[in-house]
Design a protein around this ligand. Structure first.
Ligand SMILES: Cc1cc2nc3c(=O)[nH]c(=O)nc-3n(C[C@H](O)[C@H](O)[C@H](O)COP(=O)(O)OP(=O)(O)OC[C@H]3O[C@@H](n4cnc5c(N)ncnc54)[C@H](O)[C@@H]3O)c2cc1C
Length: 320
């Protein structure tokens, strides 16, 4: 009864918010979609249905939409790229999503003695960025080969692997402010990058500086990194590493705790790499979260280390 009342009040607030936000989206050139499933939106492929999804047709449309929204609306909207670090709650999710999947342009904008500058829209995928490097005679993003991320997600999360990270290759980003909605270009040095921490705000475009590299060398690196990833990481649907690295890799601690292969419903602590929770068929967000909590509790109990989430939870902020 209590839960229903809170849910009802929340839904009523979102319904009134949608009316305004929908109108702003249409005016700015964003499609308004209803009822998109986690299966389509996230790489874990488990979870519920998102009631409202805004799909801007161009970067200018996205910027215009963001600027036209009130601060409250911007606070509610979840920006979604590849959904490869996102677990979406089960059931109905009322929190509106801004999906960047149409913002995929990549162009070569400059070149100097240090390399080639590529400007990529936030929805462009890692694979497309690596392919563009090959096309323009440069390289440096290969360390992320096989990661189903977008440029916006990379910059937001400072995605990294094999000793390299997004902050190493970024030159500048055009970021829309969450409070004012205004867009400003931020040089790499202005962004307080940390471990899996990048920009605040809406990353619309990122310009990368890549050193010169032959297509053959780039391809050799890409294949090398991909082979390493395939050897050590599961292929089943997941959201990548569930926890951030602490004083030891989270996967090693979870394996040490004897949890490799443990299942909850349709989710499993991967047998290939215990730092991943994979969807082995019909896995829900609840299954995922239960396993994550189990791993956190067991690791804390055994090693006194409290693991911190790396994934983001897209859910309505309700007390149940
Ligand atoms: C198989 C697999 C392997 C992975 N390997 C790695 C790895 O090696 N290293 C690593 O760091 N991560 C890895 N990940 C996790 C994930 O790919 C990264 O965190 C990635 O940066 C997320 O990008 P995304 O576009 O999918 O983000 P999403 O999941 O869509 O979003 C993640 C966060 O970024 C925000 N966001 C997305 N787009 C924007 C934008 N345009 N502006 C502002 N905020 C935005 C979202 O609001 C959310 O807070 C892996 C995931 C998978 C599934």
């Amino acid at each position: 009864m209590y839960a229903y009342g809170v849910r009802g009040a929340y839904n009523a607030r979102m319904e009134s918010l949608y009316r305004e936000t929908d109108a702003r989206a249409v005016r700015a050139g964003a499609a308004v979609l209803h009822g998109m499933s986690a299966e389509k939106l996230t790489t874990y492929r488990g979870g519920g249905v998102c009631e409202r999804v805004y799909l801007p047709a161009c970067v200018g449309c996205a910027a215009e939409f963001w600027r036209a929204c009130t601060e409250e609306e911007r606070g509610e909207v979840y920006i979604l790229g590849g959904g490869s670090n996102t677990v979406m709650a089960d059931g109905e999710v009322s929190r509106p999503v801004l999906l960047t999947s149409r913002l995929v342009g990549i162009e070569r904008v400059d070149e100097d003695a240090s390399g080639v500058y590529l400007r990529a829209e936030c929805g462009a995928g890692v694979a497309a960025l690596i392919a563009a490097c090959r096309r323009y005679g440069c390289g440096g993003a290969e360390f992320l080969a096989g990661v189903p991320a977008t440029v916006g997600g990379m910059v937001r999360m400072n995605a990294g692997a094999f000793g390299s990270k997004t902050a190493d290759i970024l030159f500048e980003a055009e970021v829309a402010d969450p409070s004012t909605g205004e867009v400003r270009a931020m040089k790499r040095e202005e962004i307080p990058f940390g471990y899996r921490r990048g920009t605040e705000g809406f990353v619309l475009v990122a310009t990368f500086r890549f050193p010169f590299m032959s297509a053959e060398e780039g391809e050799r690196k890409r294949r090398g990194y991909l082979a390493l990833r395939r050897k050590h990481q599961p292929r089943a649907p997941s959201c990548g590493s569930v926890f951030k690295r602490s004083i030891a890799p989270a996967g090693a601690l979870i394996e040490e705790a004897g949890l490799k292969g443990i299942r909850e419903g349709g989710a499993e602590i991967s047998r290939v790499h215990a730092g991943f929770i994979v969807n082995v068929g019909g896995g829900s967000a609840r299954d995922f979260l239960r396993l994550a909590e189990l791993a956190r509790a067991r690791v804390e109990e055994l090693f006194g280390i409290r693991l911190e989430n790396e994934f983001e939870h897209l859910s309505d902020d309700l007390p149940f």
